[in-house]
Design a protein around this ligand. Structure first.
Ligand SMILES: [Zn+2]
Length: 345
């Protein structure tokens, strides 16, 4: 079932993305034990914990991503997914759900990676996708998007304006609007990052996550919580949300500078903000805000280590310098590929 994070009301698992009270929704299911399907090295490994039927899975299965340890930091290489970001996990579950519900046309809005992922997965799943993006979106990403055959709607204005236009189009044309910020099935995909981390390296002390809309931050926490509730693990990691200066929703808002380099998390008022606050508190975690200069430095370091990621991924690595690292273990997901920023054909 779907449960409202605000008023606790429950709904059946249909395509609803918000409660009638406008609260955000999470999928809630009870699992008795953790038994991955070990013959698979992709998301089917965790099928018993996904709210989808195997019959409807897209043919392209996001793989178990590798981890790479550098000193006391374990990088989780999420940028190695088929479309170059962790968003494929959320898209995979969402598309399976759409196929199950026989929905053939949707409206989404995104600043880049989520749109690219949905454009690819919906194309080969015969789902017509209207994608609303801002005219400010990086031109390399627009160029990629236009090659997938999705219906691209380019909106003059900021991210909030894009959102408004998408909602309007959805209402006027009676096509479901499926914002990944709100879509509860998206988090069911991203929670598998936690399952993989657990299988690969156990429970780290800290998970340090670039955080804008919170689709990865909340998903990872949900995955660890489920493992905890199944009795599989006996402690939980501390969750560190890393944000971009000038766009903070959880840390104190910086007025002095805006980190526009980390465009993937430049979301000043995400709808799942209250959930993220609760996770920081419950996990004994914190929030760290990173400026543009430091992001650039961290990105250069990551490139030189061999990780070709996008600037948004570098903020989490940059945040590590705020910790005294003696004996502590960190997992840092590297969320999106840097190669997309160089691609055109
Ligand atoms: Zn509610």
């Amino acid at each position: 079932m779907l449960r409202c994070t605000k008023c606790n009301r429950v709904y059946e698992e249909d395509l609803r993305i918000q409660c009638e009270c406008e609260g955000t929704l999470l999928v809630e299911r009870k699992y008795s034990s953790f038994a991955p399907q070990r013959r698979y090295f992709d998301m089917r490994r965790y099928l018993p914990y996904l709210p989808v039927n195997e019959r409807f899975l897209p043919y392209l299965h996001p793989p178990v991503t590798p981890v790479s340890k550098v000193k006391n930091v374990i990088f989780k290489l999420e940028y190695l997914h088929p479309t170059g970001s962790f968003k494929d996990r959320g898209t995979y579950v969402t598309v399976a759900k759409l196929k199950e519900l026989k929905i053939k046309e949707i409206v989404i809005d995104s600043s880049g990676n989520a749109a690219i992922s949905m454009a690819v997965y919906s194309a080969f799943s015969n789902i017509r996708t209207h994608i609303f993006v801002s005219s400010n979106t990086r031109k390399e990403k627009l160029s990629l998007l236009s090659s997938f055959g999705a219906e691209l709607h380019i909106v003059e204005g900021d991210r909030m304006k894009v959102h408004e236009e998408a909602v309007k189009y959805s209402r006027e044309n009676n096509i479901p609007y499926l914002s990944h910020w709100l879509n509860p099935y998206f988090l069911e995909g991203t929670k598998t990052v936690a399952y993989e981390i657990y299988e690969q390296v156990g429970v780290p002390e800290y998970v340090v996550v670039p955080t804008g809309s919170g689709t990865l931050f909340i998903g990872i926490w949900k995955g660890f919580k489920e493992l905890f509730e199944m009795g599989e693990i006996s402690r939980l990691p501390k969750m560190i949300a890393v944000q971009a200066k000038g766009f903070e929703s959880l840390c104190k808002r910086s007025n002095s500078e805006a980190n526009v380099l980390a465009d993937g998390i430049a979301i000043p008022n995400p709808p799942r903000k209250e959930e993220m606050f609760r996770i920081i508190k419950e996990s004994n975690g914190s929030c760290i805000s990173i400026g543009e200069r430091v992001t650039r430095q961290a990105l250069t370091e990551l490139y030189r280590m061999g990780f070709i990621v996008e600037p948004t991924s570098a903020v989490a690595y940059a945040a590590l310098k705020f910790f005294e690292d003696e004996g502590k273990s960190f997992v840092v997901p590297l969320t999106g590929s840097g190669l997309k920023l160089h691609s055109s054909f």
